[in-house]
Design a protein around this ligand. Structure first.
Ligand code: NAP
Length: 241
């Protein structure tokens, strides 16, 4: 088996996911660029390779069982194991999201991608992660999923978000459940908040660069063996649940 660390980043064709792939690739890792659109995936792989990254394309729609199974097959064929999985792919589901008028289809899309997508991908990759000496899983969440921040009367809670924010709260809860099951193994799993980052997700209104947004995921992907698990982190430290 190769000595080179192997990572897979979902939704890596643009935004924060692309910069996570670039950052992990900069460490000399081999990085799977998980992306559902062939053209966008190939363009990202090409750009990463031009920057010196050992990148490979992984066709991957996190909402599709067959696509996720095929992605696991591709990684197994290429490397026989996976060291790091970054569940970054995410959607808002669409706007507006006032609770009293939200379209159920919008909420369903957010949960299908941001929560069920993470379960689907994680469970498909776990057999490969279990073969790694130091497996890490990073779930890209949001402080919008922090119940503490959302109920802080003095906090900046952003727009009403009946689909996206609750989907990230559920992702946080899911991260805790995985950490409980995986305690006693060498797999560390944590949730990350990138901060308000200028990407397609928010019409580029965010104030951080995608590179800044990627930093916390890279930190959690490179945790030492005695690092934390079952936590929620941003650059400044722990995010309250
Ligand atoms: N930007 C922020 O301020 C912010 C704040 C907190 C948390 N986050 C989280 O950070 C993560 C990355 O978001 P971003 O800001 O970089 O947004 P983005 O630029 O819109 O990128 C989202 C990525 O997810 C992919 N994706 C969406 N649905 C997918 C699916 N079904 N299967 C595979 N890939 C899928 C997109 O692929 P396509 O190009 O094919 O659509 C794209 O590559 C998300 O989980 C988001 O919730 C972002």
């Amino acid at each position: 088996m190769s000595e080179q660390t192997i990572a897979l980043v979902t939704g890596a064709n643009k935004g924060i996911g692309y910069e996570i792939a670039a950052g992990l690739g900069g460490l000399g890792w081999s990085v799977g660029v998980g992306a559902r659109d062939q053209e966008r995936r190939e363009a990202a792989v090409e750009k990463l390779r031009a920057a010196g990254v050992d990148a490979f394309g992984v066709p991957l729609d996190v909402t599709d069982d067959a696509s996720v199974a095929a992605a696991a097959g591709l990684v197994e064929e290429r490397a026989s194991r996976l060291d790091v999985l970054v569940n970054n792919a995410g959607v808002t589901g669409g706007m507006p999201q006032e609770p009293s008028t939200v379209d159920i289809a919008v909420a369903r899309t957010a949960v299908e991608t941001n929560v069920f997508g993470v379960i689907r991908v994680t469970n498909a990759m776990l057999p490969l992660l279990r073969r790694s000496a130091s497996p890490r899983i990073v779930n890209m969440s949001s402080s919008g999923g922090s119940l503490t921040r959302q109920t802080d009367p003095d906090g900046e809670t952003g727009p009403l978000s009946a689909a996206y924010s609750p989907s990230k709260s559920m992702l946080n809860a899911l991260t805790i459940q995985y950490a409980k099951e995986l305690r006693g193994t060498n797999i560390l799993i944590n949730a990350a908040c990138p901060g308000y980052t200028a990407t397609d997700l928010n019409g580029f209104r965010g104030v951080r660069t995608p590179e800044q947004g990627a930093a916390i995921a890279i930190r959690l992907a490179t945790l030492p063996d005695d690092g934390p698990t079952g936590g929620f982190y941003e650059d400044a430290g722990v995010v309250p649940w």
